[in-house]
Design a protein around this ligand. Structure first.
Ligand SMILES: Nc1ncnc2c1ncn2[C@@H]1O[C@H](COP(=O)(O)OP(=O)(O)OP(=O)(O)O)[C@@H](O)[C@H]1O
Length: 616
């Protein structure tokens, strides 16, 4: 009794531990209640009919081996008389039982079919929920999270690891079905001979203890497989994205080495799992067969010889035990297999857990539009605690004016501009928009009024049209064409084989750098933003299109607040205010001409560019 209580407590403890460890995945089942319950119900009925057919089998064997024995009854008079035919001849009973065995086998098959369908549906929907959960999680992070995460590893988690979780669920469901069937068989065996059952349980329990050590080892090795898979996907993605650079720099051998190494690591980690996992089945099979043979000899020499057990019952007992053993092997094999899935579950849990993630804090006030100015007050910013990128920035960006950020590469211009649409939040200090801290505004309402044309514009693998109205789905055809014309993109788009319907390929590979940028400008123009951030927007354009774009931007900038970052001073000569940054600090700010007259940093840059253009 004590042992039972202890075992129950241990089981409850393990179940609680399992629940806690996998809560982030298991909680998804509450959205899949209906299909999970249906899967359970059909499984239950399938298993019940399995048990019923074993009962009929016992009766069948009894009738065969001892036709004169008292026929089996279930206690219901109607059923015993009309279905089992207890008052009829032995041969009639035999036919009836054959018929009943057939019926229960068919019923079992039908229920199994539906159980399987609903189990697989649960898997598909579980994977779907997890993929969407991860999407929501990734959307809610601060952009800084993606600086540290490797995209390949994220892709691996969303694809491969979720696929493995699907397989785990199917393994779990299989375990449940087999477990239930084992229970039915176990009860049947107990009814046939409790003594033989106890002997069998003791021997198989010993075997299970031995195998659980192997399972634990399989679990450990699975973590390495997940890590290696993540690393491989990251390397493969990098290789595909960098293919032009690789060819340009002749680094094929170097990349081959990296790629092969990542692939070899997957092989090594998987090999360890294969060795451990595949050891379980043969050991289990040979040990189980040995136990079975031993038990048959024991049963015949003692139980049957002493008249404790009828031959029919003994045959049924061993029939059940023979069916039971592969089921127990399956259970062990599946447990080992599930152990190898722990690494995948951990990758998903690590992504879904909230404690260690930089969540974006949204504000509540709807942004009504810029009335006066954006004020940076004592702003510091650091991507990592060790290195401040912006240092004590105090700056006013006035409404309707153009503020230009100038400085050497790496001075922090983009970082500063990124703080306005809150791609990152200040580490110290405040940014006020018309006296309210920027963090108090609801982010979508703020970003709706801002357009960013950045150095690394993303072109989606869809049509030109969809790329331009991205973020402005309600724009009319005229508005789209007008924005395209202003961005000096209409001509080249119309010259493309399918015009606005032309598909642009992955990351816009079918466009030149300048064309990509003009699409991005059209996209920004379409939003008709109040605040326009131009980060090197004209850097990839030839001088003719640069001039045309420049004119378009000037027209567009009328009445708008523009923050422009440009290395070429010609593009910002008309700025109302120029801010010169050096190593994250503002070293000069004022009107372009005033700063030139100061003969400070801006003058220095101006001189350098003037000399370069003279040389060219
Ligand atoms: N996501 C990031 N994580 C960590 N450090 C970053 C990140 N982005 C930029 N940095 C660092 O911050 C510094 C400023 O970068 P930023 O892109 O703001 O400079 P920039 O003045 O715009 O340069 P450029 O003119 O070359 O675009 C650089 O030293 C850069 O290495």
């Amino acid at each position: 009794m004590k042992l039972k209580i202890l075992n129950f407590l241990r089981f409850s403890f393990k179940a609680t531990q399992f629940w806690q460890a996998n809560y982030l995945i298991l909680r998804e089942f509450k959205h899949l209640r209906k299909i999970t319950v249906l899967a359970l119900i059909f499984t239950f009925f399938a298993v019940t009919f399995e048990g019923i057919s074993v009962g009929f089998l016992l009766s069948f064997l009894q009738n065969l081996t001892n036709p004169n024995a008292e026929p089996m009854r279930i206690g219901n008079q109607w059923f015993d008389e009309f279905i089992l035919g207890v008052n009829t001849s032995a041969i009639s009973r035999l036919y009836r039982i054959c018929f009943l065995i057939l019926i229960s086998t068919w019923m079992r098959a039908i229920f199994n079919y539906f159980a399987q369908i609903y189990t697989e549906l649960v898997q598909v929907h579980l994977a779907d929920r997890l993929r969407k959960q991860i999407f929501e999680q990734l959307q809610s992070f601060n952009i800084s999270y993606f600086t540290n995460a490797r995209s390949g590893e994220l892709v691996n988690t969303i694809t491969t690891e979720i696929e493995k979780i699907k397989q785990s669920f199917s393994g779990g469901a299989f375990l449940f079905t087999r477990g239930l069937t084992v229970c039915v068989y176990f009860i049947t065996m107990l009814l046939l001979s409790w003594k033989l059952t106890i002997i069998a349980v003791m021997l198989f329990a010993l075997l299970a203890v031995g195998l659980s050590t192997l399972n634990a080892r399989a679990r450990e090795t699975s973590f390495d497989v997940s890590t290696a898979n993540g690393n491989f996907t990251a390397t493969a993605l990098e290789f595909i994205h960098a293919i032009r650079t690789i060819h340009a720099f002749n680094t094929q051998d170097f990349e081959r080495h990296r790629y092969y190494k990542a692939s070899n690591q997957v092989v090594q980690a998987s090999t360890r799992v294969i060795y451990v996992w595949n050891l379980v089945r043969p050991i289990a099979e040979s040990a189980a067969t040995t136990i079975l043979i031993g038990m048959i000899i024991l049963a015949f020499t003692t139980f049957v010889a002493n008249g404790h057990l009828e031959v029919g019952s003994l045959l049924t007992f061993f029939f059940v035990l023979f069916r039971l053993v592969p089921f127990i092997q399956d259970i062990n094999g599946t447990r080992a297999f599930l152990s190898t899935m722990q690494g995948s579950a951990d990758s998903i849990k690590n992504l879904l857990k909230s404690e260690d993630k930089p969540y974006f804090q949204n504000g509540a006030i709807q942004f009504p539009g810029l009335q006066r100015s954006i004020n940076f007050v004592g702003v510091d910013f650091a991507y990592s605690p060790e290195q401040k990128i912006l240092n004590n920035i105090t700056l006013t960006v006035e409404r309707g004016k153009m503020t230009a950020l100038v400085g050497a590469s790496g001075a922090g211009k983009t970082t500063l501009a990124d703080l306005i649409p809150r791609f990152n939040d200040v580490t110290e200090g405040h940014i006020y928009i018309d006296d309210l801290d920027i963090r108090q505004f609801e982010i979508n309402s703020l970003r709706n009024k801002i357009a960013v044309v950045s150095q690394d514009t993303f072109i989606f693998n869809t049509s030109v049209w969809n790329n331009i109205n991205y973020g402005s789905p309600y724009a009319t055809e005229e508005e789209i064409k007008e924005a395209t014309r202003l961005a000096n993109a209409l001509e080249f788009i119309l010259a493309m084989p399918e015009g606005f319907d032309t598909q642009l390929g992955d990351r816009g590979v079918r466009l030149s750098g300048g064309q990509r940028q003009r699409i991005a400008i059209a996209r920004a123009l379409l939003r008709n933003p109040e605040i326009l951030i131009l980060d090197e927007a004209t850097s990839a354009l030839d001088s003719v299109s640069e001039r045309l774009i420049q004119e378009a931007l000037e027209q567009l900038s009328v009445g708008k607040t523009v923050i422009a970052i440009a290395h070429r001073l010609s593009t910002i000569a008309k700025a109302d205010k120029v801010v010169v940054l050096e190593q994250g600090r503002i070293v000069e700010q004022g009107n372009y001409q005033e700063l030139l007259d100061l003969r400070g940093k801006l003058w220095h840059y101006h001189q350098m560019q003037y000399e370069t253009s003279q040389r060219e």
